[in-house]
Design a protein around this ligand. Structure first.
Ligand code: FES
Length: 618
């Protein structure tokens, strides 16, 4: 930390909050607000004369509340920069610190928050994690029983710079506990709280237990676990060493802890899976290995940076396997536990990777972006006519569209990833997508359904998964009927209802829309936008008189070639089971209504051209 603070190319802005981020990759503008610390940074030399005279004592957050701190304090002994700060909420303005500071005259109560815009090429998000509060698990008695503590509290007690100067003592009577138990997975791998595994708790618990046993060989140590997870280099060997040292491992999640109020000792009831029966174990202290959870301000930070969260609440990476340090917003990178719980080696590796990803941008004079981006037809956008709309902006997961009343919607091409969700959702056909314009898709539709459309299985596929699935079916020689006609768009979000209506209007026998599984979509919310649309569309088609078996929605990954082939086989079979005369009548009967639905299509200049061309060539 000291090296970073001293580096000529690094400016550390401590006690500073990111308020707003504008711009795009290579050209971000970041508004930061430095909070008043009421201590002049240039004058304070960190001597510490002010703190002892402060009459206020409140729980010290860094010491997990075990020790107090003053209203004027440094966050911890190794804080960088080593400068005092006044906790405004706790301060009673007695000005004793002012007297103690003397000639340095560093205390300055006139300080105000200071805002500043920074020009930034790329952003690294390393906001870390919070610890799960185990007091919500009533059965473990944390907060009720003094001798039930968290692993983080143990870290502080065990630390020579900590509140007990490294002397292990139990909170109830300051006695040394010789019989201790650790409980794993507190708040993680638990359907009530968090489903995920926090990843590093097994190893830090074993580390704590081994350390303890090395210092106090007679100590009686038990670890209650669900599964011990030791996947990294040297970890399994370390686990083996712990067992050889005599640390007891019991597989089973404790159900309840009770306390003997006289001794403060704790009784743990648990199932011992190895013995196949319930047991009760007495301990002088219990240490809970709590889950790592997303920082409390993750939501706020996510909306400032325009990056979303995965279902576990941590920041979502662009792709879990191929781009694990990139966020979905170009130029913003994730590292450490901000992305998911991880241990120190993994955090260091990811931090280094994120830094080098960011350096690529800073070193480049130009940056190439994908050409498949959205584009607004200004004369069609009703926002330019002073009317309220902005649907496109709400559908864009990248914040690439700016809508101001009186002006046409504006797409920042450098931010657009080309899912096409905005294009399909615009009720005025005022946005198109380069290389996947309505005209191009409609032209393909007309070509695919030119001959005997009622005998065709028309499949809309997203580029990233379903198209890959179809490809996989081909390369793996999974057979499916030749009645299939595939049409690729970038994402299921781009599959406009008008395309489906037009396909049925042209007389397609059955229509499939297929995209990635929800968690696999290449465009954050693309699959969700598509799925919501298809749900409504399924009902609308039935209302229009189209038999439900003629429209199907399937989520197919690139690895699911067999599934793709199976779906097409089933749909072909369905089509064959429909009486041809009844199908013909249904197509004729529903055509006028479908025509009414797609009547807007010829209004779009390039679609009109495409339709004319289609007519001329058929
Ligand atoms: Fe496949 Fe979005 S990319 S559904």
């Amino acid at each position: 930390m000291v090296d970073a603070a001293r580096h000529p190319n690094i400016t550390v802005k401590s006690y500073t909050e990111v308020k707003r981020v504008e711009g795009f990759i290579g050209n971000f503008k970041v508004l930061v607000e430095e909070k008043p610390r009421y201590v002049n940074m240039d004058r304070c030399n960190g001597c510490g004369a002010c703190s002892p005279v402060c009459p206020i004592e409140i729980p010290n957050e860094f010491e997990e509340g075990i020790a107090p701190r003053k209203a004027i304090y440094i966050p911890h002994a190794q804080a960088v920069p080593l400068r005092y700060v006044i906790d405004e909420e706790a301060c009673i303005h007695c000005y004793k610190c002012v007297d103690a500071c003397g000639k340095l005259d560093a205390i300055d109560f006139s300080q105000q928050p200071r805002q500043e815009w920074l020009d930034v090429g790329s952003i690294l998000v390393a906001t870390g994690f919070d610890n799960f509060d185990p007091s919500v698990i009533k059965e473990y008695g944390f907060g009720r029983y003094a001798n039930v503590i968290t692993a983080m509290e143990l870290e502080r007690i065990n630390n020579s710079a900590g509140p007990t100067a490294g002397r292990i003592m139990r909170p109830s009577d300051s006695k040394f506990p010789n019989k201790i138990s650790f409980i794993q997975c507190v708040g993680s791998r638990d359907e009530r709280y968090n489903l995920y595994c926090s990843g590093f708790c097994c190893m830090y618990t074993i580390k704590n237990a081994v350390q303890w046993k090395q210092t106090y060989p007679d100590a009686d140590i038990t670890i209650f676990y669900m599964d011990i997870r030791t996947p990294s280099k040297g970890y399994e060997e370390f686990y083996r060493r712990a067992r050889e040292m005599g640390i007891r491992f019991i597989q089973g999640r404790p159900s309840i802890i009770t306390e003997d109020p006289k001794t403060g000792n704790l009784f743990i009831q648990a199932e011992d899976v190895g013995l196949g029966r319930t047991i009760e174990l007495e301990s002088e202290m219990v240490i809970l290995s709590t889950a790592a959870i997303p920082r409390v301000d993750t939501d706020a930070m996510g909306s400032v940076l325009n990056i979303s969260r995965s279902p576990d609440g941590f920041f979502m990476e662009y792709h879990p396997k191929l781009r694990p340090v990139d966020s979905p917003t170009d130029g913003v990178f994730l590292c450490g536990a901000a992305q998911s719980p991880k241990d120190i080696p993994a955090s260091v590796a990811q931090g280094s990777a994120a830094a080098s990803r960011a350096a690529r941008i800073l070193n480049a004079d130009e940056w190439e972006i994908e050409p498949i981006v959205a584009m607004v037809w200004e004369d069609r956008c009703i926002s330019a006519q002073g009317k309220k709309c902005g649907i496109c902006a709400t559908k864009c997961p990248y914040g690439a569209i700016l809508v101001e009343t009186g002006k046409a919607a504006m797409v920042t091409a450098a931010k657009c990833h080309g899912c096409g969700g905005c294009v399909a959702e615009c009720p005025h056909n005022a946005i198109t997508q380069k290389h996947f314009t309505d005209a191009q898709v409609i032209s393909q539709l007309h070509a695919l359904l030119r001959h005997e459309p009622e005998k065709k299985v028309l499949a809309f596929m997203c580029h990233w998964c379903s198209y890959g699935g179809a490809d996989n079916a081909g390369t793996s020689h999974f057979e499916y009927p030749a009645s299939q006609r595939g049409l690729r768009v970038m994402c299921s979000a781009r599959m406009d209802s008008d395309f489906i209506f037009e396909a049925f209007r042209l007389g397609a026998g059955v229509v499939l829309v297929s995209g990635c599984h929800p968690q696999d979509c290449h465009y954050i919310t693309g699959q969700r936008v598509g799925a919501e649309r298809f749900e409504k569309l399924t009902k609308r088609l039935v209302d229009m008189g189209i038999s439900p078996q003629r429209f199907r929605v399937e989520w197919i990954s690139a690895a699911e070639g067999a599934k793709y082939a199976q779906v097409i086989r089933e749909m072909d079979q369905t089509l064959r089971q429909i009486d041809p005369q009844a199908l013909k009548e249904e197509i004729e009967r529903t055509r006028p209504e479908l025509e009414r639905r797609v009547r807007r299509l010829p209004e779009i200049p390039d679609v009109a051209l495409a339709l004319e061309l289609a007519k001329a060539t058929s």
